[in-house]
Design a protein around this ligand. Structure first.
Ligand code: ADP
Length: 216
């Protein structure tokens, strides 16, 4: 299976599409956001520092991200293909990633840009609520999986909560960071001839387009 890199603004649906590809094709999903949140959850000093950076909408230092990625893609469960969600996030990371791949004798695979209008992304982020028990994503603004009972998960009855960085101010900062740092990757990978663009806001149609690319 080809490794996949998703490039997309916050809340463009990388997580949702990735989950489908994991369930249907057995890909390993590597989200640097999740890896960082695991470090935060340990409560260590490093975790506290990472939490401060993430909540302000900034990017965590590249060298820490390289360490997390290099370790993760060498694990056994990454052998059959993996999806990178949230990495690389700037040109320096893209170049560092190529070094890592060369060292480990691995292929880059394909790069998929998910293109979604900013106003939709904003509502997805500001309205997003997650279940503490089963992690399912609800939304109180977009009409996509609105909680039937306020604060309660539709799936399992667990408690819903908001991620620390899911507010208007942080969204604006994250979107600006995306435009400035991550969007240039689109030209970078286009020049390398491995970029594919997928447009759409409904998960099933986005997934279909991605499947076409994978089976090409
Ligand atoms: P979203 O997709 O909603 O932006 P993520 O879970 O991917 O959320 O990331 C949350 C935060 O973690 C980012 O805003 C950033 O601060 C940090 N982060 C994630 N991936 C990286 C990365 N590759 N480099 C630097 N910081 C990162």
């Amino acid at each position: 299976m080809k490794n996949i890199i998703f490039i997309a603004a916050p809340a463009a649906g990388k997580g949702t599409v990735s989950k489908k590809l994991v369930d249907e094709y057995g890909y390993l999903h590597i989200s640097t956001g999740d890896l960082l949140r695991e470090v935060i959850a340990t409560g260590s000093e490093l975790g506290i520092e990472i939490d401060r950076i993430i909540s302000s909408g900034n990017l965590v230092p590249d060298d820490l991200i390289f360490r997390l990625i290099e370790e993760r893609i060498q694990a056994d469960d990454a052998k059959n293909g993996y999806i990178l969600d949230g990495f690389p996030r700037n040109i320096r990371q893209a170049m560092g990633y190529e070094e890592i791949l060369k060292r480990l004798n691995k292929e880059l695979g394909i790069v998929i840009e998910l293109d979604v209008p900013k106003s939709i992304l904003r509502d997805r982020v500001v309205g997003r609520m997650l279940c503490r028990e089963c992690s399912s994503i609800h939304n109180i603004l977009t009409g996509e999986f609105t909680p039937i009972k306020e604060g309660i998960c539709n799936n399992c009855g667990g408690e819903l909560y908001k991620r620390g960085d899911d507010n208007e101010e942080s969204f604006n900062a994250r979107y600006a960071t995306y435009l400035e740092k991550t969007k240039p990757l689109i030209d970078y990978y286009q020049d390398k001839g491995c970029l594919y663009k997928v447009t759409g806001t409904k998960a099933p149609e986005v997934l279909k387009s991605v499947e076409v690319l994978l089976n090409d």
